[in-house]
Design a protein around this ligand. Structure first.
Ligand code: NAI
Length: 327
């Protein structure tokens, strides 16, 4: 017997990331090949025709699991009865736009979407915010959806996690699948802290295997932090397929579990590691039974403390920047 369909809302449906993401979801990469999915697509009124074109292509793939598609410019229609949401649509920085203006333009968007989720989504909806500034947008979404569990509103650090994994694997001459326990802490921005102190590869400590702390600090960390800019420079467009892939990884692992493996997720802090409650911060987590558990009690050395503080301070500044809008 076929299972009842799950409803997945995706915003920014006419954009670059969605041009990969929607096809991956419809192909069963997020929920599984045995799970029918209804896509509920949100974009701005002026992008509706473009979304229609993407939907024609979805139809032309004849995905066995795609049980329906809704196209709308109304968040309350898009989020009605959904099991999951990937919030990709956001306001990009335009020429001459200050950082503060970017923060508040996005705060407005995510405030409206948080309220709509609060009103019409399933109470156990799983939300992933991809649109930047992702952590602070997730913070605003959670604050605007007080009837939903804050733990269910997460931000995407998985692209940074995957970027770090692949750089470590290349340096050590091993496969990414051999590496466990990498953690990306903090903000999805160049201040993120990709921490390999606890990482192992085939049971051996990764820092010992790499045996080049200078490379780690002076090459790996800035390379992962500035990878998005390097891709824009090379491609003339921002990372889209890898961002879509990271969104699929994040949701897939949250839904299906990680078998004890660590993944990096931006989650609302419960106060651990000294991060003020509610701040959406990248942490290592283990997923099981549709829930995630933050890996707690990891020790910090002087270098980690400094890295941690930098990324946390940036998030606190972003929080202060949107405080007035939240009232
Ligand atoms: P894009 O500009 O190609 O597409 C954005 C889409 O969102 C457009 O179709 C636009 O009409 C739509 N949109 C804008 N405001 C909206 C609203 N209020 N409601 C619904 N839709 C709305 O951008 P792209 O490349 O798809 O990237 C989307 C976002 O993802 C950007 O903010 C980007 O910075 C971010 N990003 C985040 C990453 C992460 O690791 N967290 C990685 C890569 C990108």
């Amino acid at each position: 017997m076929t299972k009842p369909a799950v409803r997945v809302a995706v915003t920014g449906a006419a954009g670059q990331i969605c041009y990969s993401l929607l096809f991956r979801i419809a192909n069963g990469d997020m929920y599984g090949k045995d799970q029918p999915v209804i896509l509920q697509l949100l974009d701005l009124p002026q992008a509706q025709a473009a979304v229609g074109g993407v939907v024609m292509e979805l139809e032309d793939c004849a995905f066995p699991n795609l049980a329906g598609v809704v196209i709308t410019d109304d968040p309350k229609v898009a989020f009605k009865d959904i099991d999951a949401a990937v919030l990709v649509g956001a306001r990009p920085r335009s020429k001459g736009m200050e950082r503060a203006d970017l923060l508040s333009a996005n705060a407005e968007i995510f405030k409206v979407q948080g309220k709509a989720l609060n009103e019409v989504a399933k109470r156990d909806v799983k939300v992933l915010v991809v649109g930047n500034p992702a952590n602070t947008n997730a913070y605003i979404t959670a604050k605007s959806a007080p009837d939903l569990p804050a733990k269910n509103i997460t931000a995407m650090l998985r692209l940074d996690h995957n970027r770090a994994l692949s750089q470590f694997a290349a340096k050590a001459g091993i496969a990414t699948a051999d590496i466990e326990k990498v953690a990306v802490w903090g903000n999805h921005s160049p201040t993120m802290y990709a921490d390999y102190r606890f990482a192992t590869a085939n049971g051996k400590p990764l820092p010992e295997l790499i045996n080049d702390e200078t490379w780690y600090r002076e090459t790996l960390l800035p390379k992962v932090g500035k990878r998005g800019a390097a891709i824009i420079e090379a491609r003339g467009l921002s990372s889209a397929a890898s961002a879509a892939n990271a969104a699929v990884d994040h949701m897939h692992d949250w839904i299906h579990g990680t078998d004890g493996k660590w993944v990096s997720m931006g989650v609302a802090s419960d106060g651990s590691y000294g991060v003020p409650e509610g701040i959406v911060f990248g942490v290592p987590a283990v997923c099981s039974g549709g829930e995630y558990e933050v890996v707690k009690g990891l020790p910090m050395d002087d270098f980690s403390k400094a890295m941690f503080e930098k990324t946390l301070n940036e998030l606190l500044e972003e929080r202060d920047g949107v405080a007035a809008l939240l009232g």
